[in-house]
Design a protein around this ligand. Structure first.
Ligand code: PMV
Length: 328
């Protein structure tokens, strides 16, 4: 009952922010993301009956109680469903620095869901697996699929219709992402707490939820027609709306630092020079530039020149999560 699986990270172009149910981790809005080839998590799950509780190792080091409890609660769902009682040894490695404040929960819970479900011999469809991953982290539901991915907000109270699916494989459109790392500090307010505060205190929360449907429709159209300008403009719009919502919480949530803001200005300056590049930013200070292959070199050079940018990671789009070892 030992399986190793790998899943790539992802970045949302149309953002998820806000939960309609915290317990089941149900999103208040749908989202659309791209899966990133060069940032991934590899996880081995071994239900071997040797332990009295679950053991979790991240990048070779035993995890603290908070992380272990979160993973253990997730494994309990799988054990209940599979009718097994054995505890597991879970070993997980990121190929990118976790401390760099880059999203790791998406690739981590996607790899864990796939490895644990297969190790527990669960007979499970792709969408059911995505539902399972969502219970670990909302964005993890998207990381099971490669290329361009949509996450459905769903309507049902039990969350069975809130899962992700692939819109187009990575070969459909060769997009590139550049991640400008501007801080390696751990963020102070995680996405779950940030979403809760935004929902409870922002006067703009209901407008955010209402306007998300139009953004999703427009992004589906941009993808269908491979309209890069439209894709880029919509990505910036959704990102800035999400951050405006976070800023309007009480107390306001500001995830950016000075280099993040400078990055926004530089990217818009590049566009004025005729270089088509757009930005998006998650709940942290790293700036992500979206471009096509012929703009990568110029965009990279511009980002590297920003004071406060520590390094720039370049990536193309990635594939579905996969099993590396064990019974496929
Ligand atoms: O899945 P979570 O709880 O880490 O939330 C993800 C939130 C954002 O990264 C800011 C947006 C998104 O859609 O990925």
């Amino acid at each position: 009952m030992k399986i190793t699986a790998r899943a790539c990270s992802n970045i949302a172009l149309i953002k998820y922010w806000g939960k309609r149910d915290t317990h089941l981790n149900l999103p208040a809005v749908g989202s659309i993301s791209v899966t990133l080839n060069d940032l991934h998590t590899t996880t081995t799950v071994d239900f071997n009956g040797q332990y009295n509780n679950d053991q979790l190792f991240l990048n070779g080091r035993r995890s603290g109680p908070e992380e272990t409890t979160r993973v253990s609660a997730f494994l309990d769902r799988i054990r209940r469903r599979a009718g097994i009682k054995k505890y597991a040894l879970v070993e997980s490695e990121n190929n990118f620095p976790t401390a760099a404040g880059l999203a790791s929960s998406a690739s981590a819970f996607a790899a864990l869901s796939l490895a644990a479900a297969k190790a527990a011999r669960l007979e499970i469809s792709e969408s059911e697996l995505s539902v399972l991953a969502r219970l670990g982290s909302g964005s993890a539901a998207r990381s099971l699929f490669g290329g361009f991915v949509e996450m459905k907000q769903g309507e049902k109270d039990d969350g069975s219709d809130s899962f992700a699916f692939q819109l187009y494989p990575k070969d459909y459109w060769d997009l590139r992402l550049l991640i400008a790392v501007t801080s390696t500090d751990k963020k102070k307010i995680g996405s779950t707490d940030g979403m809760k505060l935004s929902k409870e205190t922002s006067p703009y929360y209901n407008q955010w939820v209402a306007s998300s449907h139009g953004d999703l429709t427009d992004m589906r159209d941009a993808l269908k027609s491979r309209d890069f300008q439209k894709l880029g403009e919509l990505s910036e719009l959704s990102c800035l709306k999400m951050h405006a919502l976070a800023l309007s919480a009480n107390p306001g949530l500001l995830y950016w630092n000075g280099a993040t803001v400078e990055g926004i200005h530089r990217i818009r300056a590049l566009r004025r020079q005729g270089i088509e590049v757009y930005f998006t930013i998650d709940a942290g200070p790293q700036l992500k530039a979206i471009c096509e292959p012929d703009s990568v070199a110029e965009a990279r050079a511009a980002l590297e020149q920003i004071p406060g940018v520590k390094n720039v990671i370049s990536t193309a789009l990635g594939d579905d999560a996969e099993i590396l070892e064990g019974n496929k």
